[in-house]
Design a protein around this ligand. Structure first.
Ligand code: ADP
Ligand code: MG
Length: 312
């Protein structure tokens, strides 16, 4: 039981008629990267804000490190919020010094710690730059440094990478990996299946505030959305429904449905079945304008569970 750092029991949040988080029961293990994957509005931010004690649950509770009060261990959690929160008219260095002071980081270690964080996050050249002059990606990295200044055991990252340029994204992902190798517990929310897949030891997929499934990315892809994916776009989308049904009757097809205006087919050996599929479409009078074949991803797990794409 000691290796559970955060536990939620029947955790729920209601806003008026909306159940934003619906009966969430989770155990976050020490040292893991725990990913929350779900579309916008699925309740990720609400859930983690309750988990770190920033928001009061309507029902249920959060148990942190065996304690009942998140306040007791607030110093042990660092949060990088979804919206960037920095003091625009302070330099990078000053932002970190101020936040370090708020967390009572001892004076004799603060400078060294700030220097290391800025170096690790590739911001050291910008240490004296006013933070409003930074690029979006740099601001986000600064926000991450600020979440780490008190060396928390648990780090919460709420959608760390939307809007990041590829370089910032790579720096961020690599850095998150080194933190996790350094035994920090990391909770990450994202609607980006690649991010969830690359970084998480376990992924909780949520939709409409409800936990749909929880497992390692590998297990999810091997069990739920297994196979290759073929996506076919017809000139006339009106034919999708009929053709989807006909394809479903082919023996080796795991799944055939209409997703995002396209015909979406999942099969264990898609390539082998391609000619059968094409023949069937052509003989039904369908006119193919685009075909994609790819390996399955966590997005396909989500599609299999909900029938819709993560990003709509
Ligand atoms: P996510 O982080 O997955 O995008 P959120 O947790 O932000 O989702 O929101 C979940 C749902 O709760 C959404 O429908 C959102 O509009 C609603 N919601 C979030 N915060 C509030 C609030 N303070 N008042 C009313 N509704 C809210
Ligand atoms: Mg959110």
């Amino acid at each position: 039981m000691n290796d559970i750092v955060i536990e939620t029991q029947n955790l729920s949040k209601q806003y008026g008629n909306l159940l934003a988080v619906n009966d969430l029961n989770l155990e976050i293990k020490k040292g893991e990267v725990f990913g929350f994957l779900g579309p916008n509005g699925s309740g990720k931010t609400t859930a983690i804000n309750m988990m770190v004690g920033l928001l009061k649950p309507t029902n249920g509770k959060v148990i942190i490190g065996g304690n009942n009060a998140p306040d007791d261990v607030k110093g042990g959690i660092g949060v990088m919020p979804q919206e960037i929160v920095i003091w625009d008219n302070l330099t990078c260095m000053e932002n970190l010094m101020v936040i370090g002071d708020m967390y009572d980081v001892p004076k004799d270690v603060i400078r060294e710690r700030v220097h290391k964080l800025l170096t690790d996050l590739q911001l050291i050249d910008k240490k004296d730059a006013l933070s409003h002059t930074l690029s979006g990606g740099m601001k986000r990295r600064l926000n991450l440094a600020m979440a780490l200044i008190h060396e928390p055991d648990i780090l919460v990252l709420d959608e760390p990478s939307p809007g990041l340029d590829p370089q910032s994204r790579r720096v961020l992902w690599n850095y998150i990996k080194t933190l996790s190798d350094g035994k920090k517990t990391i909770i990450l929310t994202t609607h980006d299946m690649e991010e969830a897949d690359r970084l998480s030891d376990r992924v909780a997929i949520i939709d409409h505030g409800k936990l749909l499934i929880l497992d390692t990315p590998e297990n999810l892809k091997n069990k739920i959305g297994k196979g290759d994916i073929v996506e076919i776009k017809l000139r006339d989308e009106g034919m999708n429904k009929k053709i989807v049904q006909e394809i479903a009757s082919i023996d080796e097809i795991e799944e055939s449905k209409e997703v995002g205006g396209k015909i979406y087919i999942r099969a264990l050996n898609a390539v082998k079945n391609l000619s059968t599929i094409f023949n069937l479409i052509t003989s039904s009078g369908g006119d193919i304008v685009d075909v994609k074949i790819r390996k399955n991803t966590l997005e396909d797990v989500f599609i299999t569970l909900t029938g819709k794409e993560l990003r709509e």
